[in-house]
Design a protein around this ligand. Structure first.
Ligand code: A3P
Ligand SMILES: O=S(=O)(O)O[C@H]1[C@@H](O[C@H]2O[C@H](CO)[C@@H](O)[C@H](O)[C@H]2O)O[C@H](CO)[C@@H](O)[C@@H]1O
Length: 284
């Protein structure tokens, strides 16, 4: 449908890490009609990307990126990744908060290029099993391997922002194959769960004040009912690809027996602390 906005759609994938966002965003990119909804404001690379484009403000720092001209950054992204009439970005709360707190942006919509803010659609991605999510994150923060695409050599990305606790991130392990459960702390899994809940309650609060067409996706449905979730997602964005005919497998599952072991250890840890609750007041 081509409306008053020339059919241009801007969309935000609002999630938290380890909810299957790479699986979903890989599929959207692979349709060839949805641009490339990546972490364009990801704190591990935004400052460097701005600097490379001579758009970093003199005060810009890796932990607090600042652009001289966000519109120029967004125009460059659009030129590289736009599909013509759709532009998407994957956003985690810790990408956006420094930009909001420093007054550089006023809302998630400001992450979209000019011309893509009039018809905005939202996809939220969460994971019902938040313990599995937190365990997945704590492991990825030590391996640096956030995605496993068959045939693509894994890239190791150091975590620069420990959005779930104070202090510097733990170093990447030399050999990801040699990780053992003893290297992890259940108290940190608990901090991650608290931070994940805050991510999602912040997105919900923001969405409650908006009227954007919104689709809520869970990791579990994305994995178990992939065709149905992709079909709803394509429909939301007006993409003319039939989910049933969409065969690109995208990334594969990364969890191993270590994930189960850490989740079991965390549940035992929690059982010893009956008062432990997340900041949303909910006990697990
Ligand atoms: N094809 C697939 N099937 C099942 N899970 C997948 C998958 N591709 C990626 N994932 C999982 O999605 C999670 C990563 O989410 P994100 O892309 O948002 O960071 C990881 O969870 P686990 O580490 O629990 O397996 C990863 O393994
Ligand atoms: O562009 S970034 O490097 O900022 O983000 C890429 C990265 O994202 C993962 O690593 C981040 C660094 O710790 C982490 O904050 C984030 O939660 C992770 O998703 O790797 C991803 C997989 O290669 C990539 O999609 C993302 O663009």
């Amino acid at each position: 449908m081509r409306g008053a906005h020339g059919g241009r759609i801007g969309y935000l994938v609002l999630g938290s890490p380890r909810t299957g966002t790479n699986l979903l965003c890989h599929a959207l990119h692979a349709t060839g009609q949805a641009g490339e909804p990546a972490e364009w404001y990801g704190t591990s690379s935004l400052h460097e990307n701005l600097a490379a484009q001579e758009l970093a403000h003199p005060d810009s720092r890796p932990e607090a990126p600042r652009a001289t001209d966000w519109a120029a950054y967004q125009r460059a992204l659009l030129g590289r990744t736009g599909s013509g009439n759709r532009f998407g970005v994957k956003v985690f709360l810790y990408h956006l908060e420094p930009l909001l707190k420093s007054g550089q942006m006023a809302s998630p919509v400001d992450l979209l290029p000019d011309g893509y803010r009039d018809d905005v659609r939202i996809i939220t991605v969460s994971r019902r099993d938040v313990v599995a999510q937190a365990v997945s994150m704590i492991i990825a923060s030590r391996t640096g391997i956030f995605v496993d695409v068959p045939g693509v050599a894994p890239r190791r990305v150091p975590t620069t922002t420990t959005w779930w606790r104070e202090g510097p991130p733990a170093a990447l392990v030399t050999n990801p194959e040699e990780l053992t459960a003893d290297l992890f702390d259940s108290a940190e899994v608990h901090q991650l769960i608290t931070a994940i809940r805050r991510h999602h309650s912040t997105w919900s609060d923001w969405l409650a004040d908006t009227r954007f067409p919104t689709l809520s996706v869970t990791y579990e449905d994305l994995v178990d009912r992939r065709e149905s979730v992709l079909s709803s997602t394509f429909e939301l964005l007006g993409i003319h690809t039939r989910a049933a005919e969409f065969t690109d497998p995208g990334p594969r599952r990364q969890a191993t027996a270590l994930n189960d072991e850490l989740a079991a250890r965390y549940r035992l840890w929690l059982a010893d602390r009956p008062g432990a609750a997340t900041t949303t007041g909910r006990q697990l």
